[in-house]
Ligand binder design. Structure first.
Ligand code: AMP
Length: 215
C-alpha cells in the first residue's frame, strides 16, 4: 500500500531527520520544500531570488508558488507510489490544495512532532548542515560537532538558524502552521508524537504510529 505522509511540527522538531529515516526505510521519496527552495537559492534561479529574502526574514514563501512546486514534484514518477512531505503544508490554503492534489491516492497520514520552544531554540542554534551532502548534524553534549558525521564534510550554520530569525520562524509557525493540527486532528490517520526525546526514541514512535494508521 502506498504511504502518503505529511510530517508536521515547528522548525527544529526533527521533521527533516525523521522524514529522511522514514523515507529510507519505507522506500518513498523525501520531499523537503525547504531543501527545494535552498537549492533554488544556490542555483540563483528566479524562484531562488524570490525565496532568498523571505527565508532569511523567517517568513513564508507565498502559497501559490509553494503549491505549484509541490504539485509538480508529486507528479514525478518516483512519487506515484507514495511520498513523504517535510515542510509542506505550512498554511491552511496549502493543506486544502494538497487534499485536492491527492485525488484517488491513499489517504494522508499526518504525523505531528511536538517540542517546546526552549528546546527548539536550543536545537536550532546548535544545528549545522553539511556543505557537501546536506546532512543535518546536531550537537554532542550541547556543542556543535566539527565535521559531518555522514561524509566528513565541512559544516555550516543555516542563515535562518540565527536566534533572531529562529524566534520569527516560531512566531510564524504559531500563527500560520500550528492551526493545521486542528485542520487534521479529527482524521483517523492523524497522530501527535512527543518529539522532545532523542532521535532513536522518536523514530520508534513515528514508525509505530505509521504502522498503526497505514495498516
Ligand atoms: P524548512 O527547511 O522546512 O525549515 O524551510 C526553510 C524556509 O523555507 C522556511 O522558513 C520558509 O521560509 C520556506 N518554506 C519552506 N517550505 C515552505 C512552505 N511550505 N510554505 C512557505 N514557505 C516555505
Amino acid at each position: 500500500m502506498a504511504l502518503n505522509l505529511v510530517m508536521l511540527g515547528p522548525p527544529g522538531a526533527g521533521k527533516g531527520t525523521q522524514a529522511s529515516r522514514l523515507a529510507q526505510s519505507r522506500g518513498v521519496p523525501h520531499i523537503s520544500t525547504g531543501e527545494i527552495l535552498r537549492e533554488a537559492v544556490q542555483a540563483g534561479t528566479d524562484l531562488g531570488r524570490k525565496a532568498e529574502m523571505v527565508i532569511e526574514a523567517g517568513q513564508l514563501v507565498n502559497d501559490e508558488i509553494m503549491i505549484g512546486i509541490v504539485n509538480d514534484r508529486l507528479g514525478k514518477d518516483d512519487a506515484r507510489h507514495g511520498f513523504l512531505l517535510d515542510g509542506f503544508p505550512r498554511t491552511v490554503s496549502q493543506a486544502d490544495a494538497l487534499d485536492n492534489m491527492l485525488g484517488v491516492r491513499e489517504p494522508l497520514v499526518v504525523i505531528d512532532l511536538s517540542v517546546n520552544d526552549d528546546e527548539l531554540v536550543r536545537r536550532l542554534s546548535t544545528r549545522r548542515m553539511c556543505e557537501s551532502c546536506g546532512a543535518i548534524t546536531g550537537s554532542v553534549n550541547g556543542r556543535p560537532t566539527a565535521t559531518c558525521g555522514t561524509c566528513g564534510g565541512a559544516l555550516k550554520q543555516r542563515s535562518d538558524d540565527r536566534e533572531d530569525v529562529v524566534r520569527q520562524r516560531l512566531i510564524v509557525y504559531r500563527q500560520r502552521t500550528e492551526p493545521l493540527i486542528g485542520y487534521y486532528q479529527q482524521r483517523p490517520t492523524f497522530r501527535s508524537i512527543d518529539g522532545s526525546q532523542d532521535e532513536e526514541a522518536v523514530a520508534a514512535l513515528v514508525g509505530a504510529a505509521v504502522d498503526g494508521v497505514a495498516a
